[in-house]
Ligand binder design. Structure first.
Ligand SMILES: *Cc1c(COP(=O)(O)O)cnc(C)c1O
Length: 392
């Protein structure tokens, strides 16, 4: 009997080590990893620069309290500010914690303005995490069921629907913020039809009404869509952005980044974290960002994402059951006309690691280091599997 709580329906495989986009199991089988620990291992597995930097840091000091100055944390905050054009960073340990920080920041912003019951606009199909507040902000009834009472203070509108947000602006005066993913990951890899127009439109509603524009870039950030952050495709900058997944390449770290007035809302005692931003995690973050920059991995993410999708499109052309293939860099979704969870197991049997989200969407989130040969191999192997699955 396993002593692990039954929170995951796990695939029947256990890995021992990896290199780049490849993983090996206990029996020595080699797998192509097109999931990257769900958008975490952007540098792939065992990246030499990361291994070296965090090994050295471990030998010096893993953790000290935020009661003291932490040089590595300050350097990572400087780097995040430089690449985002934003001002200040709060470090935590995960995506949901980054969103918790953003949600608290928005409420405090409201209270500071005299709004006693501040509300935040969130989206249908959104995913923001599993803690009580972020679960309440998440737009998935299945994930919420059984955990009521949910946290109040959220108003839900359809994704990619600017009018719905404008209507709320015209009838409510206690809204303080919008929280939205530039690309919905867990929800099914949904990309706004015109991302720039949508986010600029939301930005304008926020400006007109004194709301904070908050982007959840936990999955879309850190190079995955071809820019450091997805919002950099749009010509607007948010007031608040949350990060995690790819930031530490597997060493747990999250960040809530803010700009302008939003950057100075928290004061001592209002928020904190024991582990958040410790020397090990922030060294991993800084090394990750430098490697992405030095190895031109944003450019690579864009190119390889398009290459994989081109490969899939030509191999799956005219195949009934394939609804649409969409991507923002290396966030790739292949929507089928039927539930396809079984594809994950079929792929595993052929030593390919993929994921299915929102029941019908095959999701690929390969490491940003994937090269052309590996990208072509991924498209070829996956399209065979999809055809096989659809013809069953
Ligand atoms: C994964 C994810 C989260 C939650 O991150 P955790 O580290 O699992 O808490 C939040 N938002 C988005 C968009 C995500 O993809």
């Amino acid at each position: 009997m396993s002593h692990l709580m039954n929170t995951y329906s796990r695939q029947p495989v256990t890995f021992t080590h990896g290199e780049g986009v490849w993983l090996w199991d206990k029996e020595g089988n080699k797998y192509l990893d097109a999931l990257a620990g769900v958008a975490v291992n952007g540098l792939g597995h065992a990246h030499p620069k990361l291994v070296n930097a965090i090994s050295q840091q471990v030998a010096k000091m893993i953790h000290v309290s935020n009661i003291y100055g932490i040089a590595e944390q300050e350097k990572l905050a400087d780097k995040l500010a430089e690449i985002s054009g934003m001002d200040k960073v709060f470090f935590c340990n995960s995506g949901c914690e980054a969103n918790e920080a953003a949600i608290k920041l928005a409420r405090l912003y409201g209270h500071n303005k005299g709004i006693e019951t501040p509300e935040t606009i969130v989206m249908e199909r959104a995913f923001h995490g599993r803690t009580m507040a972020t679960l309440s902000a998440t737009g998935n009834r299945k994930a919420q069921a059984g955990f009521e009472p949910l946290v109040s203070g959220f108003i839900r509108v359809p994704y990619d629907d600017l009018e719905a947000v404008k209507q709320i602006a015209s009838r409510k005066n206690n809204v303080v913020a919008i929280l939205v993913e530039p690309v919905q990951g867990e929800g099914g890899v949904y990309i706004p039809a015109d991302m720039a127009a949508y986010l600029q439109g939301l930005r304008k509603v926020c400006d007109d009404n004194g709301w904070l524009m908050m982007l959840d870039e936990v999955q879309s950030g850190i190079g995955r869509t071809g820019t450091w952050f997805a919002f950099q495709h749009t010509g607007m900058t948010p007031d608040v952005m949350t990060l995690a997944k790819g930031l530490g390449s597997g060493v747990p770290i999250g960040a809530c980044v803010a700009k302008g007035a939003a950057a100075d809302i928290f004061t001592p005692g209002k928020h904190g974290s024991t582990f958040g931003g410790n020397p090990l995690a922030t060294t991993a973050g800084l090394t990750t960002l430098h490697a992405i920059q030095d190895e031109k991995l944003r450019e690579n993410a864009q190119k390889m994402g398009d290459l994989i999708c081109d490969g899939l499109r030509s191999a799956l052309k005219g195949v009934a059951g394939v609804m649409v293939i969409r991507n923002a860099g290396l966030m790739i979704g292949i929507e089928l006309d039927r539930p396809c969870a079984d594809l994950v197991k079929m792929a595993l049997e052929t030593k390919l690691l993929i994921n299915v989200t929102a029941e019908k969407v095959v999701r690929l989130l390969p490491p940003l280091v994937i090269n052309e040969a590996e990208a072509n191999e991924l498209a070829a192997r996956l399209s065979v599997l999809i055809k096989q699955f659809l013809s069953q």
